[in-house]
Design a protein around this ligand. Sequence first.
Ligand SMILES: C[S@@+](CC[C@H](N)C(=O)[O-])C[C@H]1O[C@@H](n2cnc3c(N)ncnc32)[C@H](O)[C@@H]1O
Length: 317
Amino acid sequence: MSIPRTYSFARYLTAKQSVDDRALNGHVWQNLVAALPRAAPEQPLHILEIGAGLGTMVERLCAGGMLTNTIYTAIDLEPTLIAEARRRLPQWAAAQGWQVQQDSPAQLHVQRPGQDIRVATEAIDVFRFIAREQGQRFWDLLIAQAVLDLVDVPTTLPALLSLLRPGGLLYCPITFDGGTVFQPELDPELDVAIEACYHQTMDRRLVAGKPSGDSRTGRHLFAHLQAAGAEVLAAGSSDWVVFAGPNGYAADEAYFLHFIIHTMHSALTGHPHLDAERFTAWIAQRHAQVEPGTLVYIAHQLDVLGRVPAPLGETRE
Ligand SMILES: C[S@@+](CC[C@H](N)C(=O)[O-])C[C@H]1O[C@@H](n2cnc3c(N)ncnc32)[C@H](O)[C@@H]1O
């Protein structure tokens, strides 16, 4: 594809879906399946997903058949993404043969034999959500996919874990962990400098004046979970590996690549440690490598499954 003139975050998240599908760590996924408590009509599973974007994880979990009776709450800061999730999810479910009932714009009810899932969507900042729900509602599973590297984990994690019932699970797939690799090398020294500066923008990110990012969130999660009193049940890598096969890039992954390059361009324009002319030429070359399918992109990430302690006798089977 040629270089896009404009960029859409929603299209990026859609394009990301096939990249995530390949990347998600099967070992961690199987441990999640094994650790999920059994649900029943009178005792549904309660799942909360933060930074849910378009709801692609809802689709993945429904399709995987691992959810039986479930009440799923999906929140995201961006109203446009939640609006798109509300448009996509019923269409997706109907196309997959689910019986679909729209109880209200924010409440979707999908059923098929053996599965009964209610999905509530809400556009809200996770910190406002925590303040509202803390001590009021408790979830069996909290999902944060490609989100924790956008917040200050040491302060956010304890608040998130307080939303879990005793023995509740935290599943954090696609957590960035300090690797942004492009092949072929263009200029080894510049390639390395750009990667370092890009990661530095994550480490120095401030949201509302507060630190909000860590380019090595994945590896730091082990200690953060331990400090917050949770145990790690499973962990493994979930690197994005995007390359052109015999039929070119899969699905909309050429767009995905352009979006990543564009994001780096926006983040690093004017960076004092990069020569502006050389950096602009580097960005142009990376975009130009997409059309002939020569660009390979690898991002190092980790999937982590954690659990908060349950007092003896309180574990839900
Ligand atoms: C990289 S995207 C990942 C989206 C989705 N989890 C996925 O993997 O496709 C990060 C998401 O987190 C959301 N987000 C960022 N900060 C947030 C906050 N403070 N509260 C709620 N959502 C937030 C963004 O709007 C975005 O949709």
